[in-house]
Design a protein around this ligand. Structure first.
Ligand SMILES: *[C@@H]1O[C@H](CO)[C@@H](O)[C@H](O)[C@H]1NC(C)=O
Ligand SMILES: *[C@@H]1O[C@H](CO)[C@@H](O)[C@H](O)[C@H]1NC(C)=O
Ligand SMILES: *[C@@H]1O[C@H](CO)[C@@H](O)[C@H](O)[C@H]1NC(C)=O
Ligand SMILES: *[C@@H]1O[C@H](CO)[C@@H](O)[C@H](O)[C@H]1NC(C)=O
Ligand SMILES: [Zn+2]
Length: 435
């Protein structure tokens, strides 16, 4: 009864969005298509709005067939079919796939048997229980996880805040260091979940952080890496968007910034970086999933992240930056703004990326496509990689698109969290041994 009332209330507000009792969009009747656009992709993109379709991702690169992945609401299916595009069905029923993703599980607490016993960590608390990686979790639990991870490695870590979101949340992360002491080495800097719906990214970044701590004392590669680099890791750089995916719309991508000039909400933080801003692959339209903002760097999240990066650059410099995304299985090097500009050390960056992909594939056979962003996947002006490469001076400035290649997309079943983390860990160990 209550359900019906909510539905009719929402309908009377002139929107067709169906929500459940908790107010979360159900996506009932939505289908997901891979539309083959060939050279017609911008013409197709202009039709998305009239379909009220959700723009999931696309590939306009030179590798593979050019396509758009979209989620089409039931009331637009007839109009979509009438466009007569060649399309594969990726998901017959998005709501059913959402159910398979699993419920958010509570924080499992500490694994009392797992206390690191290195001499420097006499004060160490137990590590979080590894069953954390068997399910997705609420935002507040991610913060608890990070706090407990820090407490398990007290002499070699601290919590950090890389800025504040539009709604006032901290961009919380963790800084890890080795035998040289805090802040004495070049940085390895990771961002996760800049796109709110890419839930696998924060889980994998947390898995990698957990393994760094767990294996510091007894894996020579890990020990050498942490002794030679300071890690700065922010698993969720878009907390407002992330919370919104958990409370309202699972497929939300941008931040939750409002602007007086428009009723549309949200800016794509990853098209807002103040370098080569406002170019191909970013939108001037506030309703677009790739809306670039009104001015370069005008999102609060970007401001904080940029200031944090500036401090690292003027400290010991940045060896490696990775922006973790999903989906598609790509390891991407600069640039996004141009398909013809060549990044510094591009042949080294691209061969390292290719070999990192091979190291990942050795574990379960998961294939990653590698190469520069623009020519491999799509143009993306105002992205973090270009900024970290040319402005922050990172030696390697990558984006990694995690599982899968489209079947489940952003809604990756929880039983793929651990395998995604394990294969990424092997890729990172290869990279650290060879970069
Ligand atoms: C749809 O496309 C197919 C193949 O491209 C073509 O044969 C057919 O006539 C088109 N139908 C309509 C209604 O345009
Ligand atoms: C980290 O160390 C643990 C304990 O030795 C080991 O079981 C595990 O394989 C290592 N983790 C990875 C992902 O290499
Ligand atoms: C590595 O360290 C972990 C955690 O301290 C421990 O459980 C494991 O037995 C160690 N493994 C090896 C191979 O020494
Ligand atoms: C290019 O690679 C060399 C060798 O690894 C490194 O010393 C240099 O700093 C890199 N250049 C840039 C611009 O990152
Ligand atoms: Zn993304």
């Amino acid at each position: 009864m209550k359900f019906v009332q909510i539905l009719s209330l929402v309908a009377s507000l002139a929107t067709a969005i169906q929500v459940d009792r908790q107010g979360r969009q159900t996506y009932n009747g939505y289908k997901v298509f891979r539309v083959i656009t060939q050279d017609d992709s911008s013409a197709f993109e202009s039709k998305l709005e009239s379909l009220s379709a959700i723009d999931l991702t696309h590939n306009h690169g030179h590798t593979g067939e050019q396509h758009f992945d979209i989620a089409v609401p039931p009331e637009s299916l007839a109009a979509f079919y009438a466009l007569n595009y060649t399309a594969d069905v990726l998901a017959e029923d998005l709501a059913a796939d959402l159910a398979l993703e699993g419920e958010l599980e509570p924080y499992p607490g500490l694994d009392k048997s797992n206390i690191l016993t290195t001499a420097s960590d006499a004060a160490a608390a137990a590590l979080p229980d590894a069953s954390w990686f068997n399910a997705y979790h609420a935002y507040a639990d991610h913060l608890t996880f990070l706090q407990d991870l820090q407490a398990a490695f007290p002499s070699n870590s601290e919590l950090i805040t890389a800025g504040t979101s539009f709604e006032g949340r901290d961009l919380q992360g963790i800084h890890l260091w080795g035998s040289g002491g805090k802040g004495s080495k070049p940085a390895i800097y990771w961002h996760g979940n800049v796109h709110a719906r890419e839930w696998i990214t924060s889980m994998v970044v947390e898995y990698l952080t957990y393994q760094l701590i767990l294996n510091y004392s007894n894996d020579t590669t890990v020990q050498a890496t942490l002794d030679n680099y300071d890690f700065y890791i922010v698993p969720i750089v878009n907390p407002d968007g992330f919370v919104y995916t958990q409370t309202s719309s699972r497929l939300w991508r941008k931040n939750r910034q409002t602007r007086s000039s428009t009723s549309a909400v949200g800016t794509d933080i990853n098209r807002n970086w103040p370098y080569q801003w406002d170019g191909e692959g970013s939108s001037t339209s506030p309703g677009s999933e790739t809306y670039r903002g009104e001015a370069a760097g005008d999102t609060p999240e970007n401001t904080g992240l940029r200031e944090y990066a500036e401090a690292l650059t003027s400290g010991n410099g940045i060896k490696l930056y990775i922006d973790w995304h999903s989906y598609g299985q790509y390891i991407l090097t600069p640039y996004g703004y141009s398909c013809t500009a060549t990044a510094p050390n591009s042949s080294k960056q691209n061969s390292l990326a290719a070999n990192t992909g091979s190291a990942i594939a050795k574990v379960y056979g998961t294939q990653f496509t590698t190469g520069p962003i623009c020519s491999t996947l799509y143009a993306a002006a105002g992205g973090s990689n270009d900024y970290f490469q040319d402005v922050a001076g990172a030696e390697l400035a990558w984006a990694i698109e995690l599982r899968d290649t489209g079947r489940n997309g952003f809604v990756l079943p929880a039983n793929q969290i651990l395998p995604s983390g394990i294969e990424a860990w092997e890729g990172m160990k290869y990279l650290w041994s060879n970069f």
